[in-house]
Design a protein around this ligand. Structure first.
Ligand SMILES: Nc1ncnc2c1ncn2[C@@H]1O[C@H](COP(=O)(O)OP(=O)(O)OP(=O)(O)O)[C@@H](O)[C@H]1O
Ligand SMILES: [Mg+2]
Length: 402
């Protein structure tokens, strides 16, 4: 196995004067895998009968992303006896003379938080630390009371004002932490073809963070949208969907999509702004608008803003459509939509003037400390995001990180 220079620095970290190691940077750049390997080796060399923490976003994701790959590593199997106890979420590692326990915790699992409060640990590895609640990370660190215990962190970058950047990366020196920055090239196992594929999966701020590994602000327009995203053609056939962002005082936006393979065209839309029109519409009036939008098309599914309970019910009562509540994960949805726009998986018909206008207005909130969009001119933007998050992402290859 070829090992990069950065990865060798991970292996050498236990032999330095540093108390903590921080590896940040690009996705798939070889951080987690080598950190886990070096973490276990260091624990087995220096301790016996101690307990360690391995923390990820959730217990399940940590088992899948860290424990399972480690159990399959011939390097580890040759060196140790490994026992994974699924019910206790512990990995027992022994080398014949020494034995240590590595317990898995998930920062987003409430029960894990309670559990870690009662532990005394001789070291922790925190994977994807920027995605974890700060309170959980601090709790985990405060449990490391055994003499000589070291802290191991890794993550992809986020906003510059993110607490982990402010409190750890910028203060690495005063916290006596070794900071290693990873790029895709630091993983010797990635072929150029794979690197190119990863690069095509991100745009804008997500490209800067996940590919270039920079802690940077989400600023300016959310989407880079232009003439290439607009079409004058309406596909002759395909599967039809409608996506809806509901509003009574705020605008109501609905788009009709034609999907062929991994390409989606927004062929028609309706947009009702009660403030501008001077009167509010009822749910049944909105239902009629949707029925009119669907006229002449065999619409498979209607994807609706999950908070619009009464409208969803009214739409279901027509027995005309299968109605789905949308996946409303904002940042993932924006990331996926950006890629679909860039790679030509989404086209907007020139007649859809309200969504075209919003693409030119929808902005990040630069004053916010975390990634936040300004909640204005976001109605068609939301219905498009619902469509991508709930339908299109399953039709387009490479939209998701893993
Ligand atoms: N030196 C190497 N030799 C062979 N395979 C490697 C090497 N380094 C990393 N890999 C493999 O490359 C993949 C990505 O590595 P890893 O999961 O450590 O990256 P990461 O930086 O943690 O990524 P992410 O930020 O996406 O979590 C893994 O499958 C890992 O086993
Ligand atoms: Mg990782």
């Amino acid at each position: 196995m070829a090992i990069s220079r950065k990865q060798k620095q991970i292996m050498a970290f236990p032999f330095t004067k540093y108390d903590a190691l921080i590896c940040d940077g690009a996705i798939r750049s070889g951080k987690t895998s080598f950190m886990m390997l070096a973490f276990i080796d260091d624990a087995m060399r220096r301790y016996n009968n101690q307990r360690f923490g391995i923390c990820g976003k959730t217990v399940d994701s940590t088992v899948k992303n860290i424990i399972a790959p480690y159990l399959g590593l011939s390097y580890a199997k040759r060196k140790y006896r490994l026992q994974w106890k699924r019910s206790d979420k512990t990995l027992i590692v022994s080398d014949g003379k020494k034995e240590n326990i590595f317990e898995v915790f998930g920062g987003k699992d409430e029960s894990s938080f309670m559990l870690i409060q009662g532990r005394t640990l001789a070291g922790v590895l925190i994977d994807e630390v920027a995605l974890q609640p700060r309170s959980f990370v601090e709790q985990a660190l405060s449990r490391c009371s055994v003499d000589g215990s070291k802290l191991w962190f890794n993550c992809n970058p986020d906003a510059p004002k993110h607490w982990f950047n402010e409190e750890w990366i910028k203060k690495a020196k005063e916290r006596n932490a070794l900071h290693l920055h990873f790029m895709l090239e630091d993983n010797p196992s990635l072929a150029q073809r794979i690197i190119d594929r990863y690069k095509s999966m991100y745009t804008g701020v997500f490209y800067q963070r996940y590919i270039l590994g920079e802690w940077c602000v989400a600023e300016g327009l959310v989407y880079s949208f232009g003439e290439t995203n607009i079409t004058d053609e309406i596909p002759a056939n395909g599967e039809y969907y409608i996506s809806i962002d509901y509003g009574t005082i705020n605008p109501f936006s609905a788009g009709l999509w034609c999907v062929l393979g991994d390409k989606a065209t927004r062929i028609k839309e309706v947009y009702y702004n009660s403030r501008k029109e001077g009167s509010m519409r009822t749910d049944s009036e909105y239902v009629n608008m949707v029925l009119k939008l669907a006229e002449g098309y065999n619409v498979r599914k209607v994807i609706v803003d999950p908070s619009a309970a009464s409208f969803i019910e009214a739409l279901r009562r027509t027995h005309k459509f299968s109605v789905l509540t949308a996946n409303n994960s904002v940042l993932d949805g924006i990331r996926r939509t950006s890629v679909c726009l860039q790679n030509g998986n989404i086209k907007i018909h020139r007649s859809c003037v309200d969504s075209i206008a919003e693409f030119g207005l929808y902005r990040w909130d630069e004053k916010a400390t975390t990634d936040t969009v300004i909640k204005e001119n976001d109605h068609a933007m939301d219905d498009i995001r619902y469509f991508v998050n709930t339908i299109l992402r399953y039709k387009v290859k490479g939209v998701d990180k893993n």
